[in-house]
Design a protein around this ligand. Structure first.
Ligand code: N01
Length: 557
């Protein structure tokens, strides 16, 4: 039974908050944060824009959507019951199964009752006199509410972005964005749509594009891929999860947790502690071959330690993957189109694939190179490029998100003195530990810019953040604290630290959502420091140190 804030606003006429805390978002991190606060005795309410739980897994239901993390390392490691009871059916689970897992987790936490659904936060305003936040909602029927603390678990990839192309609404066929896919009313996955006799276009070649292309090539009458910036993709290595394997995983969860905890990004892969050119050529080539065919991010996060920082080592691996593309795509012209020229291997998020490159050998698949013939507009009949009108029944936009910042800047967030977060971030994102921004007291960002969980296996690493914040909230309770904000200098130092770490990595010098670039959004053409790339262990150590030094860098009052 969903909550109704109207009935709970009995203290509105006083300076007391309706709730001690409000958590925005019912994805994996939001639900866990709500659960932790509730279990600590806080009066907490979760609010969710959508009509149900699941966050990205609720929205990204496009055909072919699945996790790129090994199923067993994606989820709530803190919940022993769930880990022991849930049986994954594939080594890399599909979206419907991930959502089923999330539903079961919600049941175990009994969390739905703590949420108000269909409540999209439109405005959040801090009052310096009372140290309270007021949240207003987009839906006219949802009354505002007040809370002392706000935990924004918005998700860094939750603000879908359409291409900056005119005429989208004039198209007479069907259009879909991968992150806003229609749902199956009776199940966990996508709506049952029939593409069999349809001419389908896909725009976008990121992780979503690659997955939806693989599936559409099987389903569509004809598929046309509109290619602007190809990515370096490597095999996923999926397969059924046998009962024996699942049993083994369950009896070895503690080792698996330790392995993931020790790794940079929370996955069961770790860089080889050797530089690529220090290894004899035959040996390193054999290793790259093995990693290429290994599961998940084996090649991205499990190769030699200097591949993402040394240009020559990076080129060596890029050339290796380029050869693979040429081997797998029969038409050399298309293979060339699919080989990235603007970045080296692993410097943008690596999409994982299953027979993706072979799709381009199919007779029902063609490619339009937008670097040669850019889109000029979308028309009622299809997609107009500089040389032709390509006619379609369906256009799929796999054009990604207003990543990291957009989830927050799409809300009018006003901190101390009415300062807008969006205006502050236009001057440059500045956070302390990616958890708070100066001038925005009592407002926490989970998996936000510069946070340790954002460049990480999110469910695993966000749990680190939730646990840490929950400990801080225990301290808040015992010490009767009303206001928490970061010290300006601490935030400047943290941001500088993130920038320095980013500078050491070639991905910091590459245009992508990692560095805040989005060609569809005005003003998003300069690289920004949005990630903490120091890795999960370093972030955890920093968190521990801050807690042990009585929350240094935070002003607690
Ligand atoms: O989005 P993206 P995504 N004309 O931004 C193209 C996570 N994820 O939804 O680079 C033509 O990566 C754009 O081209 P360009 C994962 O972290 C995880 O695919 O701007 N093309 C690019 O090719 C991932 O990194 C999973 O030139 C246009 C694409 O659209 C993140 O989500 C699955 C265009 C956007 O790619 C985002 O992935 C899916 C235009 N006007 C996603 N505008 C799993 O774990 C944009 N593009 C499995």
């Amino acid at each position: 039974m969903a909550r109704n804030p109207v009935n709970e606003r009995d203290s509105k006429m006083t300076n007391e908050a309706d709730f001690d805390a409000v958590v925005i978002g019912a994805g994996l991190s939001g639900m866990y944060q709500t659960y932790r606060l509730r279990e600590m005795g806080y009066r907490v309410m979760g609010v969710e824009a959508s009509d149900n739980i699941g966050g990205v897994w609720h929205h990204n239901r496009y055909p072919g959507a699945r996790i790129d993390s090994e199923s067993e390392v994606y989820g709530y490691f803190w919940n022993e019951q769930l880990m022991q009871e849930f049986n994954w059916s594939e080594r890399f689970a599909g979206q419907p199964e991930v959502l089923r897992y999330i539903y079961r987790a919600a049941e175990i936490m009994d969390i739905r009752k703590d949420y108000l659904f269909n409540a999209r936060v439109q405005r959040a305003v801090f009052d310096d006199a009372t140290n309270l936040w007021t949240l207003e909602f987009q839906q006219a029927g949802v009354a505002p509410l007040t809370a002392r603390f706000v935990f924004s678990a918005l998700g860094p990839l939750s603000a879908p972005q359409l291409p900056d192309v005119s005429g989208i609404h004039t198209f007479k066929g069907e259009t879909y964005h991968t992150a806003l896919w229609p749902r199956d009313p009776d199940g966990f996955g996508p709506a049952q749509l029939d593409f069999s006799n349809q001419r389908v276009a896909v725009i976008g070649l990121g992780s979503s594009g690659v997955q939806v292309i693989q599936e559409m090539a099987k389903q569509a009458g004809h598929l046309t891929v509109f290619l602007r910036s190809p990515n370096w993709c490597t095999p996923l290595g999926n397969g059924p999860m046998t009962a024996q394997r699942m049993g083994h995983i369950k009896s070895h969860y503690s080792e698996l947790v330790a392995k993931c905890d020790a790794s940079i990004a929370g996955f069961p892969h770790e860089f080889i502690p050797k530089n690529l050119f220090d290894v004899p050529q035959e040996e390193r080539d054999a290793k790259l071959e093995e990693l290429y065919h290994g599961p998940g991010f084996s090649l991205w996060l499990g190769a030699y330690q200097d591949v993402l920082s040394d240009p020559a080592a990076n080129k060596y691996v890029s050339d290796f993957v380029a050869r693979k593309i040429r081997e797998r795509v029969k038409d050399p012209r298309i293979a060339e189109m699919l080989t990235p020229k603007d970045h080296g291997f692993g410097l943008k998020r690596v999409p994982l694939e299953t027979n993706y490159y072979e799709v381009y050998n199919q007779a029902n698949v063609s490619v339009v190179d937008l670097n040669v013939t850019p889109i000029t507009r979308i028309t009622p009949g299809g997609i107009q490029t500089t040389d032709a009108l390509h006619e379609f029944d369906v256009i799929i936009f796999a054009t990604g998100f207003d990543a990291i910042k957009g989830s927050w800047t799409r809300i009018d967030i006003r901190g101390s003195g009415g300062v807008a977060l969006k205006d502050e971030w236009e001057k440059g994102v500045k956070t302390y530990m990616g958890l708070q921004c100066p001038g925005f007291p009592n407002f926490f960002t989970l998996v936000g810019p510069q946070n340790g969980a954002t460049f990480c296996n999110i469910p695993r690493c966000s749990a680190v953040v939730v646990d840490w914040l929950s400990e801080m909230m225990a301290h808040v309770k015992t010490s009767n604290i009303h206001r928490i904000e970061p010290d300006q200098t601490a935030a400047e130092d943290w941001t500088l630290y993130c920038a320095k770490l980013m500078d050491k990595m070639l991905l910091g010098q590459t245009n992508s959502w990692f560095t805040g670039i989005n060609r569809n959004i005005k003003g998003r053409d300069k690289r920004e420091v949005l990630l903490f790339v120091g890795g999960n262990p370093k972030f955890r150590d920093y968190c521990d140190e801050v807690r042990e030094s009585n929350y240094k860098g935070f002003i607690l009052a």
